[in-house]
Design a protein around this ligand. Structure first.
Ligand code: HEM
Length: 75
């Protein structure tokens, strides 16, 4: 699976890689779950809906991308 900025029909070169998100200062499982549940959940606009177990699975996946000394992809 490609890392970095993604590929395929939905690639957006200006989007940060998920690893950049995972390694942001102050991010915790709780902030990620809250954000995915509340701030990034507009099923009608996005034509996309996450239930709570899916949010938690995605949060756990994103946290696996954390690493010591992670270097952000330059903007
Ligand atoms: C499992 C699915 C998804 C995940 C894990 C995800 C994750 C994220 C993350 C982490 C950001 C924050 C980027 C940042 O802070 O720099 C973001 C932003 C964004 N995402 Fe998603 N996303 C998902 C699905 C979608 C879908 C389906 C859409 C639209 C149809 C969408 C539209 C956007 C937009 C417009 C932003 C930027 C504006 C904002 O922060 O609200 N995402 N997404």
């Amino acid at each position: 699976m490609p890392r970095g900025r993604g590929s395929g029909p939905f690639a957006r070169p200006q989007s940060p890689p998920l690893a950049d998100i995972a390694n942001r200062e102050g991010l915790t499982r709780a902030t990620l779950v809250t954000w995915l549940t509340n701030a990034h959940n507009y099923p009608e606009v996005m034509d996309f809906d996450l239930d709570q177990p899916q949010v938690e699975e995605i949060a756990d996946y994103i946290l696996t991308l954390r690493s010591e000394g992670y270097k952000r992809v330059p903007d």
